[in-house]
Design a protein around this ligand. Structure first.
Ligand code: ACO
Length: 457
């Protein structure tokens, strides 16, 4: 099969949110810390009517419905999440109920769950691509579904929470094609963010270390990605090397938007070092070309300078990809794919034609990859499904706008309650179902054997 890629994409985020400026005041931090320092405007969060299974059911149902997909044509279903309700039973198995509801025998649908912090969705995606490109492929399409509920204990990490889900239909001859030969991976052992307490939803976080790990992973993946891209012929005409100029868009896992802006600055610095020679660099920044990547992670002055130098690149390649991330927060696994969806939505169909998009996925612990997609050209038959995708994605801003605004007090109560009840059994949720968006699956009850019942709103 050729041109394996994304045929359809759907997003889901909670129907309620809190404003980050109100949270700054409530938390007693200086005004601007969350909104400017972290670059976050709003944060979505779930009521007690939603859990990780319901988020998966909602977004999978939405994708099948929006794109009129027949479950008989799905031969693989891969799940990526780090929100664990059960140590044995997979979320994948919960989703197989959808086959039942369609009256279809759930036979020959491979794939299970992948867990590796925020990287699980990417692992699931790679598994699905590999399945289609393998001898096991049965000619059908694959579904990749990824969701998480990100809640932190009170303190400096809490404003970087969020929740959401993304589902993608993967198959050959796609409008958004995964470029073969660019996938570049870097993994290390680190205790930057992990969840050793199985009875709590809160991670143990070393925030500063997690940022350092993220940026180091980015450097490593980008270096390899450049090497691999160069062998495929992607070279900047001026330097004969791969550079950001070989991409038309660039999306990242977004724990908070300011980190993404810093990531673009970091890649700009990588380019500068890769191409450093006195003829290539303007006189005023020639001294930067003599620095070493590994010596500069904590250099705030350099970071400031790079942020300013790379601002036009950020605006051109990345800014529009942060629409959902800015207003919903860190979705963990789906974050990078919500950024991809926002990036598609932020361009016109004409602009999308033939675009090449770089993607960086990071999961703490840590696991990371950079890879790229190429969009079909307007006029090619595989471009056609992009029109529907684009028109469905264009509803996102109005969906964001129709969410219910909650106070910081309400948000805090909800997050703390959620942490307490996440594994409680029996449990009867009591938040109002009517406040969920139409088309949402919700939790009806948990019995004394932890068996969960869901219904559709
Ligand atoms: N106006 C403008 N900016 C401000 C203000 C203000 N009033 N106050 C502070 N700031 C800036 C700071 O200067 C800082 O900027 P810098 O990062 O450019 O130096 C920024 O706001 C954040 O302030 P800090 O004091 O550094 O933040 P803190 O240490 O309290 O927390 C952190 C930030 C570490 C990101 C925390 O929220 C966290 O642990 N989050 C979870 C971990 C995470 O998301 N890691 C990312 C990768 S791993 C993953 O995806 C989970």
């Amino acid at each position: 099969p050729v041109d394996v890629g994304i045929h359809a994409i759907s997003l889901y985020f909670p129907s309620q949110f809190v404003k980050q400026d109100a949270l700054e005041e409530y938390d007693g931090v200086s005004s601007g810390k969350y909104t400017i320092g972290l670059g976050q405007t709003e944060m979505g969060f779930c009521s007690d009517r939603e859990d990780i299974n319901s988020l998966f059911l909602t977004v999978t149902h939405r994708l099948l419905k929006e794109y009129d997909i027949d479950v008989c044509n799905i031969g693989y279903l891969a799940v990526g999440s780090e929100t664990i309700l059960d140590k044995a039973k997979s979320i994948k198995s919960v989703l197989m109920q959808i086959w039942d509801w369609h009256g279809v025998d759930p036979i020959d649908v491979e794939g299970v769950d992948s867990v590796s912090a925020c990287y699980g969705g990417t692992a699931a995606l790679f598994n699905a691509i590999n399945w289609i490109e393998s001898s096991s492929w049965n000619g059908k399409q694959a579904l990749v579904v990824t969701a998480d509920i990100a809640v932190y204990a009170s303190g400096n990490a809490r404003p970087t929470g969020g929740a959401g889900a993304v589902a993608m239909l993967i198959g050959p001859c796609a409008p958004i094609v995964f470029e073969r030969g660019t996938r570049s991976t870097y993994m290390e052992h680190a205790y930057d963010f992990y969840k050793p307490n199985l009875s709590s939803e809160y991670p143990v976080v070393d925030g500063k270390l997690s940022v350092l790990c993220y940026l180091r992973a980015l450097d490593k993946c980008y270096q390899l990605f450049c090497e691999k891209s160069e062998t495929l012929g992607f070279k900047d005409p001026k330097t004969g090397q791969h550079a950001l100029s070989c991409l038309n868009a660039l999306v990242f896992h977004s724990p908070y938007c300011r980190l993404v802006e810093k990531s673009v600055a970091r890649l700009y610095f990588n380019d500068l070092l890769r191409c450093a020679s006195d003829e290539n660099l303007p006189v005023d920044i020639q001294h930067l070309g003599k620095l070493r990547l590994e010596d500069t992670y904590f250099d705030k002055e350099l970071e400031k300078q790079l942020l300013s130098l790379s601002r036009p690149v950020f605006q051109d390649l990345t800014e529009t990809s942060l629409l959902v991330a800015k207003h919903v927060g860190n979705m963990y696994c789906p974050s990078v794919y919500a950024c991809l969806a926002s990036s598609l939505l932020g361009k016109s169909l004409i602009e999308l034609s033939g675009m090449r998009i770089g993607i960086f996925s990071y999961g703490s612990g840590f696991t990371s990859s950079m890879f790229s997609v190429r969009i079909a050209k307007d006029g090619e038959p595989s471009f056609v499904p992009l029109k529907k995708m684009h028109s469905l994605l264009s509803k996102i801003p109005s969906c964001l706008g129709s969410r219910i605004l909650r106070s910081p007090e309400y948000f805090t109560r909800a997050v703390e309650k959620w942490d307490l009840i996440a594994h409680q059994a029996p449990f009867d949720p009591n938040d109002p179902v009517e406040e969920l968006a139409k088309g949402t699956w919700y939790l009806v009850s948990v019995d004394d054997r932890h068996r969960r019942k869901y219904a559709y709103h």
